[in-house]
Design a binder for this molecule. Sequence first.
Ligand code: BES
Ligand code: ZN
Length: 454
Amino acid sequence: MQNVIDTLRSQSASHVEKLKEWLRIPSVSTDSNQKGEVRRAGEFVRDELADAGFEVRIDETPGHPVVLAKWHGAEGAPTLLVYGHYDVQPPEPLELWRHGAFEPTIEGDDLIARGSTDDKGQALALVLGIGGVLRETGSLPINVTFLIEGEEEIGSPNLAPYIDAHLDELKADIALISDCTQFGPRMPAITVGLKGLVYLQVDLVGPNRDLHSGSFGGAVENPANALATMLSKLIDSDGRVLIPGFYDKVRDLTDAERVEISKLPFSEADFAAELEVPMVHGEQGYNTLERKWARPTLDINGLLSGWTGEGAKTVLPSKAMAKFSMRLVADQHPDEIAELAKKFLAEICPPTCKMTISIDHGAEPVLVDATNPWLAVAARAIEKGFEKTPVMIREGGSIPVVSVLKKALGIDTILLGLGLPDDNAHSPNEKFHLPDYQRGIETAAWLLAEMAEG
Ligand code: BES
Ligand code: ZN
């Protein structure tokens, strides 16, 4: 294996070029105008896997296609299912980028571009590390399947049916996903918890047209006022969600879990300083890491109503809209929480407005069994690839496929984050730290050898 690692190291410049090429494809899955570009990003990774020696195909779905690649020549050896996503978040606001979002640029040790950390850089590290072993040795010590989709950022709406329809082909002992972060620089981690998600849009309609706020204000309901009042009833100023029943199924942190979290090197003051906020904020009785990892939350993600252009316009708007989402923890269920939220919104909506609620996407929360023996195997590979012992962490983000794999295939996932907490995922100037790209490539190669040993 050391020979392969040496080769992978000697190829690091070409690995960076490959990633840049992938990042130039604007595969924004929410944008229907970019459908062709999303597919092209899928074809890029298909070609890369084919070139390494995998049997590959592109499978159509009602949305963006799935890339499936297999090398199943290690009879009797375990099977690893590697997941990644080739779609990215929209790049807006464009004016805040230091370079074009799809013009990958190196600054120091970082590669800046939309998708660099989420998830093209992390996914390509696994493709190149595992693909490199196949390319250099002509075989793999274990069986590997790659499942790379183009709809993660829109909640993977077509992936569960796809997996259900391909259960035999996707059968595996364990899954591997690199689509999250390390605990910090030079602090690799295995993530054992992810949050779930429910995303809602509320539209309120009042009068049939915008009105003069002097002539009509106070005499007709203002949907913007009504929506603001409603939203203020969803969460209190300490971050406690006020929807009845919201906390009923929340699994509390155990004392032992809280002790483990408290052992991690984390400074609330540094956290606040880096974000330039005067102080941290959140649910009383919990510290920042506990809030981020193990407590459910509610955030307004967007608000729209009335006049938001230059200067003042004295208008009573006819409509108001809010998008908000709730991040869930075990054992909350997105469908149940969505129902509770809808019921509560109906109760607090004034009779003076018409309301419609639409539910966008959801994901189930994840808690990986930390005693799963494959996690210890992965920890050995990380020690080799990063020359550091990984810590166990949770994350606040969501990856819908993880709970789907558990339910459909009965397997846990090794969540091996290669990113860093300040990578600006979903934000302007998204970056990926190139030394971690190389360490990720090497860790993926080591994982094959470690898994073969068991
Ligand atoms: N890579 C993220 C998930 C993530 C982010 C994990 C941060 C851990 C830390 C992923 O691509 C993502 O953004 N997922 C969405 C899922 C949603 C659209 C269902 C998310 O979390 O908002
Ligand atoms: Zn991602």
